[in-house]
Design a protein around this ligand. Structure first.
Ligand SMILES: *[C@@H]1O[C@H](CO)[C@@H](O)[C@H](O)[C@H]1NC(C)=O
Ligand SMILES: *[C@@H]1O[C@H](CO)[C@@H](O)[C@H](O)[C@H]1NC(C)=O
Length: 273
């Protein structure tokens, strides 16, 4: 039979365990207290020069319709005078906008209700590179997130096949890329690549592979420190079927992968003439 001392001892232990559980529960409640938070689905985006990019910025709470007019969204760029974009009182406010961004920015009012304050930046230039801050404030909560934008130029290669030579041509690449060819088994093949810069410094890539077997599939990889494009080109008697996907360096998200398909028809006239 347990002594009185033992009963006291075990009661104390049970009490200590119960109190600890209570304290943990209270702490958990305190920290889960509807804290609002602003995040981005991609904090290291890479934009294709001359194209548009969506800089993602999201508040994790929904904003009631009645309170939507009180939401303000501010997009700033580090070391830039003025603002990139400002949205307040239900409309864009361009008073303090830096002229570098004039006519090139937009947030989506219809998306704000779900906390989405993403910025569409049009016609990206290399001077747009840098660190952006998205700040959302509303009566329901707010916050900010930093996004580092980098720029590059990249296009999927087009393939041509004639006289036993496979040619990959990609019109725009920057920074300077490397090209490697491999066969289906992954062996590196000896291609020959020419890179020509245009007046804007963008490279035109022309790479040839020889000899090439009809009905084989070859991989052409064009890559620089920011972007990698991997193309699989299947050569047939009449055409080359090419499939290309892009991946982006560093913390690239699932969104940061685009699939492209290209089909190049071979002109038999090349053979015949
Ligand atoms: C935010 O809104 C834009 C514009 O409607 C849309 O393209 C984007 O996918 C939205 N982002 C999220 C995370 O919902
Ligand atoms: C690759 O091809 C070039 C000419 O196209 C040739 O000079 C060179 O020896 C080849 N290298 C190998 C490893 O086959």
């Amino acid at each position: 039979m347990a002594s009185f001392g033992n009963i006291i001892f075990y009661s104390m232990i049970i009490l200590i365990v119960l109190f600890s559980a209570l304290i943990i529960l209270l702490l958990a409640l305190a920290f889960s207290d509807e804290s609002s938070e602003v995040t981005s689905t991609n904090t290291l985006p890479i934009a294709n020069l001359g194209e548009d990019i969506l800089l993602s910025c999201n508040l994790n709470i929904k904003i009631e319709l009645a309170k939507l007019r009180q939401v303000s969204v501010t997009w700033e760029k580090t070391n830039l005078k003025g603002l990139v974009h400002h949205y307040q009182d239900g409309a864009a406010d361009f008073v303090d906008q830096n002229s570098q961004f004039k006519g090139r920015t937009q947030v989506f009012p219809e998306a704000l209700g779900s906390g989405n304050a993403s910025l569409l930046l049009r016609d990206v230039r290399s001077s747009d590179e840098g660190e952006y801050t998205c700040t959302i404030s509303s009566s329901e909560g707010g916050g900010m997130v930093n996004i580092k934008l980098r720029t590059a130029a990249f296009t999927a290669p087009k393939f041509k096949f004639s006289n036993g030579t496979l040619v990959a041509e990609a019109s725009r690449w920057f920074p300077k890329p490397n090209v490697t060819w491999s066969d289906e088994a992954g062996n590196i093949l000896n291609g020959s690549t020419s890179l020509k810069q245009n007046s804007a410094g963008i490279y035109r890539v022309v790479s040839t592979l020889q000899p090439v077997n009809v009905s084989d599939t070859y991989t052409c990889r064009i890559e620089n420190e920011l972007v990698t494009s991997v193309s699989k080109a299947t050569v047939t008697d009449t055409e080359v079927f090419g499939r290309t996907y892009f991946t982006f360096s560093a913390a690239s998200t699932l969104l940061a992968s685009i699939y492209l398909s290209t089909l190049s028809i071979i002109l038999y006239t090349c053979y015949l003439t």
